[in-house]
Design a protein around this ligand. Structure first.
Ligand code: FAD
Ligand code: NAD
Length: 467
């Protein structure tokens, strides 16, 4: 029987990063993955393929709507070869997952293909078509991730009533896609299909889209996406989803309790994801799973069984690839006797629509709730020379700072390349910078990052230069 210092179950961004860090720290490591490709949700059916389709559809939209503004004329019609777009996405996924094979090899990590299940606290059975194989592991890291959630009355048929997984491999562009849930997946994939010509209706239970982000961001993104032709039905509670051949009917009640129906050819269900522990047989090791289906962990990400840890989407907290990665590193370093730390307040969130939406730290709503006195500085992207040069004038950057100390408490943005710009907010907050610190740093001109400086100037002394 093979024996390991660490066995990692699941090869998503949590699992594969944990495995690499364990190997770097000198531990004999195995990674168990039930699928034939490594990389988990993120690389196979999540972050990477969704961003590939967002980029392809963005290029198309630029070509049909904005090239002309730049004096670029295309003789004849611009056409979509949807199959090629989907094939390109598949090849991006393939290259990326192959990169993980390379990294496993480089770090001498044993890759075991099959479903991993606990036999007891130190033995894991790996089951595949070739039979069962048992390994012994001094420590185990559970990184089994998540799967799409649904509503009790919805049957996902994977053809017309679909989740993000199927939405990434459709064979045709929908005529009318009804999206249930105006969160990250609904908006990213809704925008992809809107750009490709589908009618898109987003039905959201809460009174605003991306309800966990700052209210100002919801408002701005709603405005921009409405301009792009997406229809929003907020404060709508979906009560039924039915399919009749190629037609899907969604029934919902609006805030006045009036019944509304939507008819389309596809319904994307994007109401969140659930932690995934099917087939893991956690109870054989005595590992506690809570009522939400999450593996319970303490601050060191240790389960109730001392040699078993859990990370990523299968535990509490944001379901984000970079959060899972940080947790993978943290557990590996704990196992090596180090004392690592994660500041969960500084895990940024991004929605990769265009304009992008990005946040770190506290929202205005959270600060009000926590009764923290704060000041806010906001700068519109349209006031930047860089934005006018590119034509990306939607959005703003907002900096929230402590009223007394000026320490930055939150950075919230909507705009071109916000996903990359948010790193400045994370860095500033990690070093506990004040708004004045950011305001007094030189930002290259002309860049979108100048809006960060201007927002900081607005927060510090309400003295932005360009607005
Ligand atoms: P996962 O990536 O879910 O990996 C878990 C792995 O464990 C899977 O490969 C699974 O097959 C395997 N597994 C499960 N049980 C077993 C078992 N018993 N034995 C063996 N293997 C097992 N996050 C971002 O930060 N940025 C984004 O842009 C982003 N975009 C997304 C887009 C979409 C459409 C989706 C669905 C998600 C997106 N996410 C994004 C979320 C991100 O994918 C997850 O937060 C991340 O993948 C979680 O990593 P993980 O390692 O915890 O789990
Ligand atoms: P989400 O939690 O972001 O959004 C779900 C939305 O559905 C919410 O707005 C919620 O109010 C709404 N909702 C819930 N029940 C509803 C109902 N009955 N009727 C109508 N609306 C309802 O979840 P998601 O978009 O499915 O994404 C799942 C996870 O994947 C998220 O946690 C997210 O972090 C991760 N993800 C991240 C990215 C990214 O980082 N860019 C991209 C995609 C997915």
């Amino acid at each position: 029987m093979s024996t390991y210092d660490v066995a990692v179950i699941g090869s998503g961004p949590g699992g594969y990063v944990a495995a690499i860090r364990c190997a770097q720290l000198g531990m004999k490591t195995a990674i168990i993955e039930k699928y034939n490709t490594l990389g988990g949700t993120c690389l196979n059916v999540g972050c990477i393929p969704s961003k590939a389709l967002l980029d392809s559809s963005h290029h198309y939209e630029e070509a049909i709507k904005h090239f002309e503004d730049h004096g670029i004329e295309i003789p004849g019609d611009v056409k979509i070869n949807f199959k090629k777009m989907i094939d390109r996405k598949a090849s991006v996924v393939e290259q990326t997952t192959k990169g993980i094979d390379f990294l496993m090899n480089k770090n001498k990590i044993d890759v075991l293909t099959g479903v991993g299940s606990f036999k007891d606290e130190t033995h894991i059975v790996v089951s595949s078509e070739d039979g069962d194989k048992t390994i012994e592991a001094k420590n185990t890291i559970i990184a089994t991730g998540s799967k799409p959630a649904t509503l009790p009355f919805i049957e996902i048929d994977k053809e017309r009533i679909i989740t993000s997984t199927e939405a990434l491999t459709l064979k045709e562009i929908p005529k009318h896609m009804i999206v249930i849930g105006g969160g990250v997946i609904g908006l990213e994939l809704g925008q992809v299909y809107r750009r490709l010509g589908a009618e898109v209706s987003v039905v959201e239970y809460m009174d605003r889209i991306i309800p966990t982000m700052d209210k100002g961001q919801s408002k701005e993104l709603t405005k921009v996406m409405k301009k792009q032709g997406v229809k929003f039905y907020t404060s709508h509670k979906v009560s039924a989803v039915e399919r009749n051949k190629d037609e899907v009917t969604i029934t919902a009640t609006d805030k006045k309790d009036k019944e509304v129906t939507f008819k389309g050819d596809y319904c994307l269900v994007s109401v969140g994801r659930r932690p995934y522990t099917d087939g893991l047989k956690a109870d054989n090791a005595g590992v506690k799973v809570n009522e939400k289906g999450q593996i319970e962990v303490n601050d060191h990400l240790q389960t109730n069984i001392k040699n078993i840890y859990a990370i990523g989407d299968v535990i509490r907290g944001a379901m984000l690839a970079h959060k899972a990665e940080e947790e993978g590193v943290l557990v590996a370093e704990i196992l090596a006797g180090q004392k690592p730390h994660i500041n969960y307040n500084l895990i940024p969130s991004v929605v990769y629509t265009w304009p992008e939406v990005a946040s770190v730290g506290k929202t205005e709503e959270q600060l009000k709730e926590d009764k923290v006195e704060y000041k806010s500085g906001q700068f519109p992207m349209r006031a930047l020379g860089r934005s006018r040069a590119s034509g990306d004038t939607d959005g703003f950057i907002k900096i929230l700072a402590d009223k007394e100390t000026d320490e930055v408490l939150g950075v919230h943005m909507v705009g071109a390349r916000a996903a990359d710009l948010i790193a400045e907010g994370v860095t500033a907050m990690e070093f506990r910078a004040s708004a004045e610190d950011i305001a007094s740093m030189s930002h290259a001109h002309p860049t979108y990052a100048e809006a960060v400086k201007e927002a900081a100037l607005a927060a510090t002394e309400n003295r932005p230069i360009h607005s």
